[in-house]
Write a protein that binds this ligand. Sequence first.
Ligand SMILES: [Zn+2]
Ligand SMILES: [Zn+2]
Length: 406
Amino acid sequence: MLPLKETERVTTTQLQPKPIPALYTVYILRSQPRHASLYIGSTPHPPRRLSQHNGLAKGGAYRTSKKSLRPWDMVCLVSGFPSMIAALKFEWALNNPHKSLHIPAEKRAEAVKGLGRRKTGHLKRPRKSLTGVMESLRMLVGVRSFGRWPLRVHFFEEEVWRVWEKVGMKNAFGGLKIPVVTDFGGPTASSQGARVDEELLDPGIDGGDGNDDDDDDEDAQNEKKHGIYALPLDYTPIKEYVAKGQEIFEFERQGNCVVCKEAMAAGRGLYAICPKTSCEAVGHVDCWSRCLLKQEAKKVGMGRGDEILPTKGECLKCHGEVLWGDMMKELTLRIRGQAEVEKLLKKKKRRRAAAKGKVKGKGKAADEKGSNAEERNAKGNREVKTTSQRIVEDSEDSEFLDIAYL
Ligand SMILES: [Zn+2]
Ligand SMILES: [Zn+2]
């Protein structure tokens, strides 16, 4: 069973086919006053989620509500999940290493050593130690079912990163090929940016940091952007890529498939585009996939030859690097994310307009509406608890909202 209650609330619209989310993460919280207390969760919005856990916004998990354990720090997170469900699966596996079939049996046995049993006979969940969590994390990002996703591990506490490194040195999972991002700048050291380990990161389209040069508001905010606050919460890093995709199909410039050379009829089939800004190579999704898989199979140590989905490769036209995850993000945005695309490409204009009219809160992201509603809702409930029956009627609306956001 998935630990839905402990994670973000799910709106019914999230069950519809949606584009690959701009960001979905699985995070590890550590209690500041008691380092031995850890918590694992998932969210599309780490800063908001952290403020919920710390009681600064409504909606934190029960297990993080103890005053003696607050504040919590988000010490590490994994990004790059292709969907909320994907993140929930990973979160569950990381929370239940003794049960997860993604983890080798002997490791699972190790995890349950000395564990007590519940009255029902089920094993108790092992107490989380930082070393244990880092071991599980290393294993999970390397297993086949998760290893093909474009995951990245981020560390915001040097001490925690050291444990990850140490764990890597003493076991077979040390040679992991996954990008690791470290950012120990802390909330005040504004001059230190994130450092990205290895050459594994895509230099092509992921260099954006979400700045709009002419946006004063944003410039002021950049002063304090670090750690989880520097993560791109929207599609800004692939904005140019998305704009290029819109243009190619609007003017029917797709031409012939870059792989099979056949002409591609407008509006038919799934076509994917090379992520490099200057390249307009377009191809059938299955052609791209076959082509990239073939490249992977040739490279020693990358594919095992029987994968269904590629991770990365080289564009046949511009020879630039193609990351499958980014390609699918653009494709899913184009075919099922029209609202997201419009928001992304018109963002600048709307912000300017908002600044001119000094209208506050108009340009807020759609997903913020949910938390606003929750907040109002929570306020309603609180009133009910402290006052008489008279306003119970009011709270029925709130309950309805509660159900709508479950
Ligand atoms: Zn083709
Ligand atoms: Zn290309």
